[in-house]
Design a protein around this ligand. Sequence first.
Ligand SMILES: Cc1cc2nc3c(=O)[nH]c(=O)nc-3n(C[C@H](O)[C@H](O)[C@H](O)COP(=O)(O)OP(=O)(O)OC[C@H]3O[C@@H](n4cnc5c(N)ncnc54)[C@H](O)[C@@H]3O)c2cc1C
Length: 372
Amino acid sequence: MKKKYGEVLIVGGGLAGLVASILLVKKGYSVTVVEKKSYPFHRVCGEYVSNEVLGFLKRNGLYPDFLALPSIDTFEFSDTKGKAVLLPLDLGGFGISRYVLDDWLYQTAGKEGVTFLTSTTVTDLEYLEEEDYFQVALSDFQTLRAPIVLGAFGKRSKLDQVLERPFFTKRSPYIGVKYHVQAEGSTNTVSLHNFQGGYCGFNAIEEGKFNLCYLGNRDQLRQYGSIQEMERAVLWKNPLLKRIFEESTFLWEKPEVITEINFERKKPVENHLLLLGDSAGLITPLCGNGMAMAMHSALLVTEALEEGNTRQEMEERYTQSWNAQFYQRLGVGKAIQGLFGSGRGSVLARNLIQQVPFVARTLVKNTHGQPF
Ligand SMILES: Cc1cc2nc3c(=O)[nH]c(=O)nc-3n(C[C@H](O)[C@H](O)[C@H](O)COP(=O)(O)OP(=O)(O)OC[C@H]3O[C@@H](n4cnc5c(N)ncnc54)[C@H](O)[C@@H]3O)c2cc1C
C-alpha cells in the first residue's frame, strides 16, 4: 500500500508546499515540488508569524535560528483617525520576510532530498479514475504522473480556473501591497493601522528592516490612478500611517502588488486533490496567522497520508482534521474584518480593545490555534 501511494507531487512551493515536502520526504516518500517562480523571491504578506508554529518549526529543524528575529508580544491598533491602543498578545509571534523564510525552507527541502521543478507552472491536472493516478501537465509541455497530488498553489492560481473551483468567478475588491522599509519603530509590536477601505500592517522583520503591507481597495486605486496617489489620498488620512510613509526609507523601487484577494469558502479536498494553505481557504490578513495555518495544514496532510490506508480514508481524515482546526477560525476572521477599514467600525474596535480588553483577547484567541 505504502508503495502505491509513496510518490507525492506538490503543486506550489510556498509555505504549505515546502513544509509538506520536508515532512513527507523525512517519512520516506518520494516528493517533487513544482513551483512557477524561482527562489528567492518576494511575496505580498505581512510577515508576522504567529508563535503557534514555533515549537513545530524548532522540533523539525525548520526554524532559521542562524538569524536574530524580532520577537513580537504587543498589538497596536489605530482607527482611521490615528487614535491608537495597545494590547498585549498572549501567544505573540516573530517577524521574518518570506524572501528569507521560503528560501530557507527550499534549501532545507533540497538537502532532505525533495526534487524541485522551479520556474515551471502546472497548467492542468486530472485524476484518472480507472488508473487511480493523476496526470499533471507542465508549462514546459512535460507530463508527470503521480498517485498523490497536493494542491498548495496559494490563494488564487490559474489552476483554480482550470479546475473550475466556484470561488474563482467571484470578483473581489481587495488588493494587497507590500514594501520593505528602514524605519524607527518598536520591534516588539505588530501594528494594524486602519484607513478608509482597508488596513495596513507594520512590523519588524530580519536585519533591522520593517514590513509595511496593506489590504486596500481596487476601486480606490482606480479612482486615484496610481498606488502612490491612492496612498497619499487615502492611507495618509491616518496620521500614524502618514508618519510611517514620510519617515521611512523605502528599500525597493516598486512595491509587490496583488489583486483579487478572495475570502470565499473553499474545500480542503476537491476531485481527490488534497488542498493545503490558502488553496484550501484564506484567513483574513488581520488575523496574522495564514502562514501558521499553511504550515499546520502541511502537518495535517502528512498525518492523513500516514494514517489512511486507502485514498478514501486519507481524504476523510484530512477533511476532518482540517475542518476541526480551521473551519471556525476562517469564519471568525471574516466576521471581524467587518469592523476594519471604516471610520465607525475602526473606532468601535478601538474602544472594544481599550475598554474590554478581555473580549478583544478572546477574539484574537478565536482566530488562532493552539501551539502544535
Ligand atoms: C495582504 C496580506 C497580508 C498577509 N499578512 C500575513 C501575516 O502577517 N501573517 C500571516 O501569517 N499571514 C499573512 N497573510 C497570509 C499568508 O500570506 C498566506 O496565508 C500564506 O502565504 C499561505 O501560504 P501558501 O503556501 O498556502 O501559499 P503561497 O505562499 O501563496 O504559495 C503558493 C505558491 O504556489 C505557486 N503556484 C501557484 N500556481 C501554481 C501553478 N499552477 N504551478 C506551480 N506553482 C504555482 C506560487 O508561485 C506560490 O509560490 C497575508 C496575506 C495577505 C494577502
